[in-house]
Design a protein around this ligand. Structure first.
Ligand code: SF4
Ligand code: SF4
Length: 100
């Protein structure tokens, strides 16, 4: 039996149940209003999974193979929590439309 941590994040129906506000927040497709998005520096990532565990929309998948961190851009809100929580500073926020 899989745990919530192992649940794929590709559909809202499979996401963690965090409470009424979080459910709405999580289930809503982000659309075009996100201003910033997290960007990964793969050379710093140790695949620890801290970012995935801290994401309020559960939209990060950490993999042992290939790219270590995959974001589900339909649900990422650009809140930056994953960036703050990464112990290796492997994540940074960049402007959504390349305005840096
Ligand atoms: S928290 Fe940082 S080091 Fe850990 S998996 Fe996420 S990006 Fe990689
Ligand atoms: S910016 Fe926020 S919503 Fe997007 S992946 Fe990071 S913690 Fe999750």
């Amino acid at each position: 039996m899989s745990t919530q941590r192992e649940t794929p994040t590709s559909t809202p129906a499979k996401r963690r149940i965090l409470g009424p506000c979080s459910v709405v927040f999580t289930a809503a497709n982000t659309g075009s209003w996100r201003l910033e998005r997290p960007q990964l520096d793969e050379s710093k990532c140790i695949r620890c999974g801290t970012c995935a565990r801290s994401c309020p929309t559960d939209c990060i998948t950490v993999s042992r193979d290939g790219c270590p961190v995959v974001f589900d851009w339909y649900y990422c809100k650009g809140c930056g929590i994953c960036v703050n929580e990464c112990p290796k500073n492997a994540l940074s926020l960049v402007k959504e439309r390349g305005e840096h």
